[in-house]
Design a protein around this ligand. Structure first.
Ligand SMILES: Nc1nc2c(c(=O)[nH]1)N[C@H]1C(S)=C(S)[C@@H](COP(=O)(O)O)O[C@H]1N2
Ligand SMILES: [Mo]
Length: 201
């Protein structure tokens, strides 16, 4: 007789790497967009770094591709609860863009804005040190329009609402300025490991 049959009462251990309150979405990659997916031809995409920088700079996709290639392979976490393991994004580290523009010492925060108008605010420290990317590939293929193609921001150590799709630029500021979701009750920083979902968390 198998005495372990039916022994289902013990809660399954959470998957390692899963932040508190999250579930593993498996092969699904949900699309979460506040806007209608814009039609942006790769040749028309631009990315600008401005605000408190020594020299505001704008890149098109061809120019961005000349920067050292970099990418992120790992996990992403949406504040609605899903996490996705083992994604692979290809593009360029945000450090390369920021180094070219030269953040002024007074710059402490940034607002990332999309070509559609969506915004998200981030501490500058979360965008530097090899922890944020501008990406145009997923699994070695062009990033799909509904997932932010031609190119999006990826800041995987924060909740994924910070990873602005159809990224248009970064405005460097000397203060924090709430973006789209942050104005609607979401947390200013959004660290999934501390469950910083809502302002006050
Ligand atoms: N421009 C723009 N970027 C955005 C969003 C959005 O609505 N518009 N949604 C955010 C949220 S809440 C999440 S979880 C991710 C979703 O990215 P995905 O649709 O590729 O999964 O994009 C983030 N970036
Ligand atoms: Mo999200």
């Amino acid at each position: 007789m198998n005495t372990t049959r039916g022994f289902t009462g013990r809660p399954r251990a959470a998957r390692p790497g899963l932040p508190p309150g999250q579930y593993d979405a498996g092969d699904d990659w949900p699309v979460l967009s506040a806007e209608v997916t814009p039609e942006i031809a790769p040749a028309d995409w631009t990315f600008r770094v401005g605000g408190l920088v020594a020299e505001p700079r704008t890149w098109d996709l061809a120019g961005a591709r000349l920067l050292p290639a970099s990418g992120y392979a790992g996990d992403i976490h949406c504040v609605t609860g899903w996490s996705k393991f083992g994604v692979r994004f290809g593009g360029v580290s945000l450090d390369a863009f920021l180094d070219a523009a030269g953040p002024l010492p007074s710059a402490t925060h940034a607002v990332a804005h999309a070509h559609t108008g969506y915004t998200a605010n981030l501490p500058l420290a979360d965008l530097t040190g090899g922890r944020a990317w501008i990406v145009w590939e997923y699994d070695g293929q062009p990033l799909a329009p509904e997932h932010g193609g031609p190119a999006r921001l990826v800041v995987p150590h924060l909740y994924f609402w910070k990873s602005v799709k159809w990224i248009a630029g970064l405005e460097l500021l000397d203060h924090d300025e709430p973006g789209f979701w942050e104005q609607n009750g979401y947390h200013a920083r959004g660290n999934p490991w501390e469950e910083q979902r809502y302002s006050g968390d």
